[in-house]
Design a protein around this ligand. Structure first.
Ligand SMILES: [Zn+2]
Length: 139
């Protein structure tokens, strides 16, 4: 490979790494925005649920179905929010407790919530082995 080609390849590598870090930050930012809007939606659902229950109890009307539907929706959104938060924590390199699911600072040894020993599954980004090796090597 000639000197110029080599230089171009190196420059491209540097650019790729910088680009990847930037897009990672953008992804975290997007996830945070999603989580915040989901959080706001859940708060609204709770409010609506409160009204339903209040009206149902005051007027002795049957709001059971609507109440159940709303609660199912809240459950689904909370699950979604949980996985979003786990994703954000993972991208930041935080450690997720296998016992209670709490997110702990990178490098923590014990869970700050339940005290369980944390397993360091965190990948070091700079010297991680290439993840895209062909996994289907024939034997
Ligand atoms: Zn825990």
């Amino acid at each position: 490979m000639g000197f110029i080609e080599e230089t171009i390849v190196k420059a491209k590598e540097v650019f790729d790494v910088a680009g990847r870090k930037t897009s990672e930050a953008i992804t975290i930012q997007k996830l945070k925005v999603n989580a915040a809007s989901l959080d706001a939606q859940i708060a609204k659902d709770y409010e609506a649920l409160g009204r339903l229950v209040y009206a149902g109890s005051r007027e002795k009307s049957e709001n059971q179905e609507a109440t159940e539907e709303l609660m199912a929706e809240i459950d689904a959104k909370r699950l979604q929010l949980e996985s979003l938060q786990a994703e954000i924590a993972h991208m930041k390199g935080n450690l997720i407790c296998s016992g209670c699911g709490a997110s702990n600072m990178p490098g923590a040894v014990f869970c700050s919530k339940c005290g369980k020993k944390l397993q360091n599954t965190q990948k070091k980004q700079d010297d991680a082995p290439a993840a895209e090796e062909p996994a289907d090597a024939e034997k």
